[in-house]
Ligand binder design. Sequence first.
Ligand SMILES: Nc1ncnc2c1ncn2[C@@H]1O[C@H](COP(=O)(O)OP(=O)(O)OP(=O)(O)O)[C@@H](O)[C@H]1O
Length: 262
Amino acid sequence: MLELKDLRVAYGHTQAVDGIGLTVGPGEAVALLGANGAGKTSTLRAISRLLPSDGELTFDGADVSRLAPEELARRGLVHVPEGRRVFASLTVHDNLLVGRTAQARRDALFSPDDVYDLFPALVPLRKRHGWALSGGEQQMVAIGRGLLASPRLLMLDEPSLGLAPIVVKAVYQALAEIKQRVSILLVEQNATLALTLCDRGYVLLSGRVVLSGAAAELGDREALLDSYLGHGGGAAGDSDDGTTEGDHRTVADPDAADATTR
Ligand SMILES: Nc1ncnc2c1ncn2[C@@H]1O[C@H](COP(=O)(O)OP(=O)(O)OP(=O)(O)O)[C@@H](O)[C@H]1O
Protein backbone atom coordinates (compact mmCIF):
# COMPACT_ATOMS: atom_id res chain seq x y z
CA MET A 1 0.00 0.00 0.00
CA LEU A 2 2.65 2.55 1.10
CA GLU A 3 6.31 2.08 0.34
CA LEU A 4 9.17 4.50 0.98
CA LYS A 5 12.65 3.97 -0.36
CA ASP A 6 15.61 6.12 0.61
CA LEU A 7 13.46 9.04 1.77
CA ARG A 8 15.48 12.18 2.49
CA VAL A 9 14.42 15.54 3.91
CA ALA A 10 16.77 18.44 4.57
CA TYR A 11 16.21 21.81 6.22
CA GLY A 12 19.14 23.78 4.86
CA HIS A 13 22.19 21.93 6.15
CA THR A 14 20.19 19.81 8.61
CA GLN A 15 19.50 16.33 7.21
CA ALA A 16 16.31 15.56 9.18
CA VAL A 17 15.50 12.34 7.28
CA ASP A 18 18.52 10.49 5.97
CA GLY A 19 17.45 7.61 3.76
CA ILE A 20 14.44 5.99 5.38
CA GLY A 21 12.73 2.93 3.93
CA LEU A 22 9.46 1.61 5.27
CA THR A 23 6.28 -0.13 4.21
CA VAL A 24 2.70 -0.21 5.42
CA GLY A 25 0.57 -3.03 4.03
CA PRO A 26 -3.21 -3.24 3.69
CA GLY A 27 -4.83 -3.76 7.09
CA GLU A 28 -1.60 -3.04 8.97
CA ALA A 29 -0.97 -0.60 11.80
CA VAL A 30 2.66 0.49 11.88
CA ALA A 31 4.42 2.62 14.50
CA LEU A 32 7.15 5.16 13.79
CA LEU A 33 9.02 5.66 17.06
CA GLY A 34 11.91 7.82 18.17
CA ALA A 35 13.02 10.53 20.54
CA ASN A 36 12.52 14.28 20.01
CA GLY A 37 14.11 15.36 16.78
CA ALA A 38 14.56 11.83 15.39
CA GLY A 39 12.75 12.81 12.19
CA LYS A 40 9.28 11.33 12.71
CA THR A 41 7.22 14.41 11.89
CA SER A 42 9.43 15.27 8.93
CA THR A 43 8.89 11.75 7.59
CA LEU A 44 5.10 12.02 7.85
CA ARG A 45 5.07 15.49 6.32
CA ALA A 46 7.26 14.29 3.46
CA ILE A 47 4.94 11.33 2.82
CA SER A 48 2.01 13.78 2.67
CA ARG A 49 4.03 15.96 0.28
CA LEU A 50 3.88 18.85 2.74
CA LEU A 51 7.68 18.99 2.63
CA PRO A 52 10.00 18.62 -0.34
CA SER A 53 11.90 15.33 -0.22
CA ASP A 54 14.05 12.98 -2.27
CA GLY A 55 13.56 9.26 -2.67
CA GLU A 56 10.78 6.95 -3.82
CA LEU A 57 7.24 7.26 -2.49
CA THR A 58 4.74 4.70 -3.74
CA PHE A 59 1.09 4.52 -2.74
CA ASP A 60 -1.07 1.71 -4.10
CA GLY A 61 1.62 0.89 -6.61
CA ALA A 62 1.74 4.41 -8.10
CA ASP A 63 4.64 6.83 -7.82
CA VAL A 64 3.16 9.71 -5.82
CA SER A 65 6.39 11.53 -5.06
CA ARG A 66 5.43 14.53 -7.17
CA LEU A 67 1.72 14.79 -6.36
CA ALA A 68 0.17 17.79 -4.60
CA PRO A 69 -0.81 17.12 -0.96
CA GLU A 70 -4.53 17.53 -1.71
CA GLU A 71 -4.35 14.96 -4.51
CA LEU A 72 -2.72 12.45 -2.15
CA ALA A 73 -5.52 13.06 0.37
CA ARG A 74 -8.09 12.51 -2.37
CA ARG A 75 -6.44 9.12 -3.03
CA GLY A 76 -6.99 8.21 0.61
CA LEU A 77 -3.66 9.04 2.23
CA VAL A 78 -4.94 11.16 5.11
CA HIS A 79 -2.77 12.98 7.65
CA VAL A 80 -3.90 13.92 11.18
CA PRO A 81 -1.21 16.48 12.02
CA GLU A 82 0.64 17.18 15.23
CA GLY A 83 -1.16 20.06 16.97
CA ARG A 84 -4.52 18.94 15.50
CA ARG A 85 -5.20 22.09 13.43
CA VAL A 86 -8.90 22.18 14.28
CA PHE A 87 -10.68 25.21 12.78
CA ALA A 88 -11.31 27.57 15.69
CA SER A 89 -14.32 29.32 14.16
CA LEU A 90 -16.16 26.15 13.07
CA THR A 91 -18.29 23.92 15.28
CA VAL A 92 -17.28 20.36 16.08
CA HIS A 93 -19.75 19.06 13.52
CA ASP A 94 -18.63 21.43 10.78
CA ASN A 95 -14.99 20.61 11.53
CA LEU A 96 -15.84 16.96 10.95
CA LEU A 97 -17.58 17.72 7.66
CA VAL A 98 -14.45 19.47 6.37
CA GLY A 99 -12.97 15.98 6.07
CA ARG A 100 -15.48 15.14 3.36
CA THR A 101 -13.78 17.55 0.96
CA ALA A 102 -10.95 15.01 0.62
CA GLN A 103 -13.26 12.04 0.13
CA ALA A 104 -13.42 12.77 -3.59
CA ARG A 105 -15.22 9.98 -5.47
CA ARG A 106 -14.31 7.24 -3.05
CA ASP A 107 -17.10 5.57 -1.05
CA ALA A 108 -17.81 7.00 2.39
CA LEU A 109 -16.12 4.77 4.97
CA PHE A 110 -17.23 6.61 8.10
CA SER A 111 -20.27 8.82 8.72
CA PRO A 112 -20.44 11.63 11.30
CA ASP A 113 -22.51 9.25 13.44
CA ASP A 114 -19.70 6.68 13.29
CA VAL A 115 -17.35 9.35 14.62
CA TYR A 116 -19.75 10.20 17.47
CA ASP A 117 -19.95 6.46 18.26
CA LEU A 118 -16.18 6.26 18.39
CA PHE A 119 -15.91 9.43 20.48
CA PRO A 120 -19.05 9.72 22.63
CA ALA A 121 -17.48 12.70 24.42
CA LEU A 122 -18.10 14.73 21.24
CA VAL A 123 -21.87 14.12 21.19
CA PRO A 124 -22.80 16.95 23.58
CA LEU A 125 -20.22 19.21 21.91
CA ARG A 126 -21.57 19.04 18.34
CA LYS A 127 -22.28 22.78 18.26
CA ARG A 128 -19.27 23.91 20.25
CA HIS A 129 -16.68 25.96 18.38
CA GLY A 130 -13.14 24.74 17.89
CA TRP A 131 -11.68 27.51 20.01
CA ALA A 132 -13.65 26.31 23.06
CA LEU A 133 -12.44 22.69 22.94
CA SER A 134 -9.89 21.07 25.22
CA GLY A 135 -6.78 19.49 23.71
CA GLY A 136 -8.31 16.02 23.98
CA GLU A 137 -11.55 17.11 22.34
CA GLN A 138 -9.55 18.74 19.54
CA GLN A 139 -7.64 15.50 19.03
CA MET A 140 -10.88 13.55 18.72
CA VAL A 141 -12.22 16.08 16.21
CA ALA A 142 -8.98 15.96 14.21
CA ILE A 143 -9.15 12.16 13.99
CA GLY A 144 -12.88 12.30 13.18
CA ARG A 145 -12.23 14.81 10.41
CA GLY A 146 -9.60 12.45 9.01
CA LEU A 147 -12.08 9.56 9.08
CA LEU A 148 -14.66 11.53 7.10
CA ALA A 149 -12.08 11.79 4.34
CA SER A 150 -12.49 7.98 3.95
CA PRO A 151 -8.82 7.19 4.52
CA ARG A 152 -7.21 4.10 3.06
CA LEU A 153 -4.16 4.93 5.16
CA LEU A 154 -4.52 7.17 8.21
CA MET A 155 -1.29 8.83 9.36
CA LEU A 156 -1.38 10.16 12.91
CA ASP A 157 1.28 12.43 14.42
CA GLU A 158 1.58 12.04 18.22
CA PRO A 159 -2.13 11.72 19.02
CA SER A 160 -1.34 11.28 22.74
CA LEU A 161 0.80 14.41 23.04
CA GLY A 162 -0.15 16.58 26.02
CA LEU A 163 -3.32 14.65 26.83
CA ALA A 164 -4.46 13.38 30.24
CA PRO A 165 -4.15 9.59 30.67
CA ILE A 166 -7.93 9.09 30.64
CA VAL A 167 -8.20 10.95 27.33
CA VAL A 168 -5.27 9.02 25.86
CA LYS A 169 -7.13 5.84 26.77
CA ALA A 170 -10.28 7.02 24.99
CA VAL A 171 -8.30 8.01 21.89
CA TYR A 172 -6.45 4.69 21.75
CA GLN A 173 -9.65 2.69 22.29
CA ALA A 174 -11.09 4.47 19.27
CA LEU A 175 -7.90 3.85 17.26
CA ALA A 176 -8.16 0.13 18.05
CA GLU A 177 -11.60 0.12 16.42
CA ILE A 178 -10.49 2.31 13.52
CA LYS A 179 -7.64 -0.12 12.89
CA GLN A 180 -10.19 -2.81 12.01
CA ARG A 181 -11.17 -0.77 8.95
CA VAL A 182 -8.19 1.38 7.97
CA SER A 183 -4.42 0.97 7.72
CA ILE A 184 -2.53 3.17 10.16
CA LEU A 185 0.90 4.79 10.29
CA LEU A 186 1.34 6.14 13.80
CA VAL A 187 4.04 8.51 15.05
CA GLU A 188 4.49 8.29 18.81
CA GLN A 189 7.14 9.08 21.38
CA ASN A 190 5.32 6.79 23.80
CA ALA A 191 6.53 3.46 22.43
CA THR A 192 4.68 1.29 24.94
CA LEU A 193 1.39 2.88 23.98
CA ALA A 194 2.07 2.69 20.26
CA LEU A 195 3.11 -0.96 20.42
CA THR A 196 -0.15 -1.93 22.14
CA LEU A 197 -1.97 -0.74 19.01
CA CYS A 198 0.43 -1.50 16.18
CA ASP A 199 1.50 -4.73 14.49
CA ARG A 200 4.98 -3.58 13.58
CA GLY A 201 7.28 -0.67 14.30
CA TYR A 202 10.30 1.25 13.08
CA VAL A 203 12.59 3.16 15.43
CA LEU A 204 14.27 6.30 14.11
CA LEU A 205 17.45 7.91 15.33
CA SER A 206 18.92 10.98 13.66
CA GLY A 207 16.80 10.50 10.56
CA ARG A 208 17.58 6.81 10.06
CA VAL A 209 15.81 3.56 10.85
CA VAL A 210 17.93 1.83 13.49
CA LEU A 211 15.56 -0.90 14.58
CA SER A 212 12.43 -2.48 13.15
CA GLY A 213 10.28 -5.50 13.77
CA ALA A 214 7.01 -6.91 15.03
CA ALA A 215 5.46 -5.02 17.95
CA ALA A 216 5.85 -7.94 20.37
CA GLU A 217 9.51 -8.33 19.46
CA LEU A 218 10.21 -4.61 19.83
CA GLY A 219 8.43 -4.63 23.18
CA ASP A 220 10.61 -7.54 24.32
CA ARG A 221 13.69 -5.49 23.53
CA GLU A 222 12.65 -2.76 25.94
CA ALA A 223 16.17 -1.83 27.08
CA LEU A 224 17.41 -1.44 23.52
CA LEU A 225 14.28 0.45 22.54
CA ASP A 226 14.71 2.77 25.51
CA SER A 227 18.27 3.54 24.52
CA TYR A 228 17.04 4.77 21.13
CA LEU A 229 14.13 6.66 22.59
CA GLY A 230 16.42 8.56 24.91
CA HIS A 231 14.63 7.78 28.16
CA GLY A 232 16.41 4.62 29.23
CA GLY A 233 19.91 4.05 30.52
CA GLY A 234 22.68 4.67 28.04
CA ALA A 235 22.85 6.52 24.80
CA ALA A 236 21.99 5.03 21.45
CA GLY A 237 24.86 3.03 20.13
CA ASP A 238 25.76 2.04 23.68
CA SER A 239 23.63 -1.05 23.91
CA ASP A 240 24.89 -4.25 25.45
CA ASP A 241 24.68 -6.21 22.21
CA GLY A 242 27.05 -3.88 20.43
CA THR A 243 24.50 -2.15 18.23
CA THR A 244 26.01 1.04 16.93
CA GLU A 245 24.48 4.17 15.56
CA GLY A 246 23.94 3.66 11.86
CA ASP A 247 23.01 -0.01 12.16
CA HIS A 248 19.55 -1.08 11.20
CA ARG A 249 18.63 -4.39 12.66
CA THR A 250 15.43 -6.30 12.85
CA VAL A 251 14.50 -7.50 16.30
CA ALA A 252 13.46 -10.92 15.08
CA ASP A 253 17.14 -11.71 15.11
CA PRO A 254 18.68 -8.85 17.03
CA ASP A 255 22.04 -10.42 17.67
CA ALA A 256 22.59 -11.65 14.16
CA ALA A 257 26.00 -10.73 12.85
CA ASP A 258 24.55 -10.03 9.42
CA ALA A 259 21.91 -7.51 10.57
CA THR A 260 21.32 -5.01 7.80
CA THR A 261 23.79 -2.18 8.00
CA ARG A 262 22.98 1.09 6.33
N1 LIG B 1 11.26 23.76 10.11
C1 LIG B 1 12.46 23.27 10.46
N2 LIG B 1 13.59 23.97 10.21
C2 LIG B 1 14.79 23.49 10.56
N3 LIG B 1 15.00 22.33 11.17
C3 LIG B 1 13.92 21.58 11.45
C4 LIG B 1 12.59 22.01 11.12
N4 LIG B 1 11.72 21.07 11.54
C5 LIG B 1 12.46 20.09 12.10
N5 LIG B 1 13.77 20.41 12.05
C6 LIG B 1 14.87 19.57 12.53
O1 LIG B 1 14.80 18.31 11.87
C7 LIG B 1 15.07 17.25 12.76
C8 LIG B 1 13.89 16.30 12.81
O2 LIG B 1 12.75 16.98 13.34
P1 LIG B 1 11.31 16.28 13.42
O3 LIG B 1 10.34 17.31 13.93
O4 LIG B 1 11.01 15.63 12.14
O5 LIG B 1 11.57 15.18 14.52
P2 LIG B 1 10.53 14.40 15.41
O6 LIG B 1 11.08 13.03 15.56
O7 LIG B 1 9.17 14.50 14.83
O8 LIG B 1 10.61 15.17 16.78
P3 LIG B 1 9.44 15.81 17.65
O9 LIG B 1 8.83 14.68 18.37
O10 LIG B 1 10.19 16.75 18.54
O11 LIG B 1 8.51 16.52 16.69
C9 LIG B 1 15.40 17.91 14.11
O12 LIG B 1 16.79 18.05 14.17
C10 LIG B 1 14.73 19.25 14.01
O13 LIG B 1 15.39 20.21 14.81
